[in-house]
Design a protein around this ligand. Structure first.
Ligand code: SF4
Length: 466
């Protein structure tokens, strides 16, 4: 299973793994040649195509040497390229899309029996991926999707054309899944949606997301996170729900994309910098220690020096804990790809360096402000490049990365309370502290591969014909 792209793809890959488990597949042993390779692809950036076709090219000789091997391609790039994938790589057996994840096992069988590539994609959702069984990567944290698709039309984004219009899961389905996870010992859940703040619009409840946070906070979960919010729909009831629900972590990822109102208008982001800064002020008024991160695109078509200076000004005023920064790249099929005034790559790269330098300084100053604090860390697996006999890594409640000396007997999934002793722009250093061993830690130690049954309360899908 190779997964590219966003958390939504990671979530879907866990469902694909759950489906394959049920169909009798087992994860391949390290170093062995798999009978099946599945690519769950991303289509957000131009490089995404190169990544897939490059990987497929490397796989051809392996498949030639193992004719029984099957190759399947799913996800956003499959939804975009469809039959083109088989035209470019005729040794691919199955192409499936973002709307029919559940059909993979059947398509694999059909390809084997008919000895012919199967290309099957739908234009709208078949079933919510959350109704499918999942094989989760982690014993202590889980992704729970609350909606799929997006009703926005940001001009640089291809997601709406590949994942369709927004469809919301019923709150009851979401909470049922959260309760199953809590019963399995999961401590942390991340609620997923392309735009979590418009959750509930389809069933006429504009405050549904705030209510969902409060309800999830009553399930026994220790940590609740969510992504992605949208500044246009981010309402005060959500801020109050975050502040009044102890399980909701004081971390917020709020994509800004640009500080220039002209650029935001051309991106069709439906908010302006004043509103964005106002939200941050209201969040900090109720949650003073909130760690706020963001996404920023540099070099959007038509971006002038003045526009970019506005971005630097808003970043300086926002005091983000961190930022994912991107150099704009044209994405065929998006309106912005045909905009005039594409910014020269050298100009984009120069601006990008200036933005990164500014944010790096701000992140570092923010981290330094935490030295001497006592923080609670959920130990994780695989997040620290230097993790090993001497070091462990985990996440504080504000989602900051914390490295600490290895503690005998402590496992990923356990919770440790530590004192912060040092800071770097992207992580904190801490001393050892008391460990709270958890069931998630026990499951990790036992080598359990956590699975979650698909949750489907059988209620008709919102908006689907009854
Ligand atoms: S909100 Fe905009 S950027 Fe995000 S998924 Fe929707 S269209 Fe894309």
């Amino acid at each position: 299973m190779r997964t590219f792209g966003c958390q939504m793809n990671v979530h879907d890959s866990e469902r694909i793994s759950g489906l394959l488990d049920e169909a009798g597949y087992l994860p391949v042993e390290a170093g062995a040649t798999p009978d099946l390779v599945v690519f769950n692809t991303c289509a957000v950036r131009e490089n995404a195509d190169n990544k897939l076709y490059g990987n497929l090219g490397h796989l051809k000789p392996v498949k030639d040497a193992n004719p029984g091997m099957q190759i399947a391609v799913g996800g956003c790039l499959a939804q975009k390229d469809q039959g083109l994938i088989v035209a470019k790589a005729p040794y691919v057996d199955v192409v499936f899309g973002t709307h029919n994840v559940g059909s993979l096992p059947v398509l694999l069988e059909r390809a084997r029996v008919e000895n012919e590539a199967q290309v099957e994609l739908l234009e709208s959702l078949e079933v919510f991926p959350s109704t499918l069984p999942a094989r989760r990567e982690s014993t202590y944290s889980a992704w729970v999707s609350i909606s799929v698709g997006c009703d926005n039309t940001c001009t640089f984004c291809i997601v709406p054309s590949l994942r369709g219009k927004e469809e919301d899961r019923r709150p009851g389905d979401v909470l049922a899944e959260v309760e199953v996870l809590v019963a399995q010992g999961v401590l942390e859940v991340t609620l997923l949606g392309q735009n979590v703040n418009s959750y509930g619009r389809s069933f006429g409840d504009r405050e549904a997301f705030g209510k969902l946070l409060r309800a999830a906070g009553r399930t026994g979960l220790e940590r609740i996170r969510f992504t992605s919010p949208h500044p246009r729909d981010f309402t005060d009831d959500v801020i109050t729900a975050m502040a009044e629900t102890p399980a909701v972590c004081p971390s917020l990822h709020m994509p800004l994309q640009s500080g220039s109102d002209d650029v935001l208008r051309r991106m069709r982001r439906s908010y302006r910098s004043e509103r964005f800064l106002g939200i941050l002020d209201r969040v900090r008024a109720q949650i003073p220690d909130a760690a706020i991160t963001t996404d920023i695109i540099v070099g959007f078509p038509g971006e002038t020096d003045e526009d970019f200076q506005r971005t630097l000004d808003v970043v300086a005023a926002s005091r983000f804990a961190g930022a994912f920064t991107f150099q704009y790249s044209t994405r065929p099929g998006t309106p912005a790809a045909d905009y005039p005034d594409q910014v020269p790559p050298a100009v984009v790269a120069e601006r990008y360096q200036r933005l990164v330098a500014l944010q790096e300084q701000i992140s570092y100053e923010q981290m330094q402000g935490l030295v001497g604090r006592t923080v609670e860390v959920l130990l994780s697996q695989g997040e620290g490049r230097k993790d090993g006999p001497d070091q462990m890594t985990g996440r504080a409640r504000d989602n900051r990365l914390v490295h600490l000396p290895r503690i005998d007997g402590a496992r990923p999934g356990d919770v440790v309370t530590v004192e912060v002793t040092g800071a770097a722009p992207h992580y904190l250093r801490a001393l050892q502290g008391p460990v709270r061993r958890t069931r998630a830690g026990d499951a990790w130690e036992a080598g359990t591969r956590p699975s979650t049954p698909g949750v489907n309360l059988g209620m008709p899908r919102i908006g689907a014909p009854a």
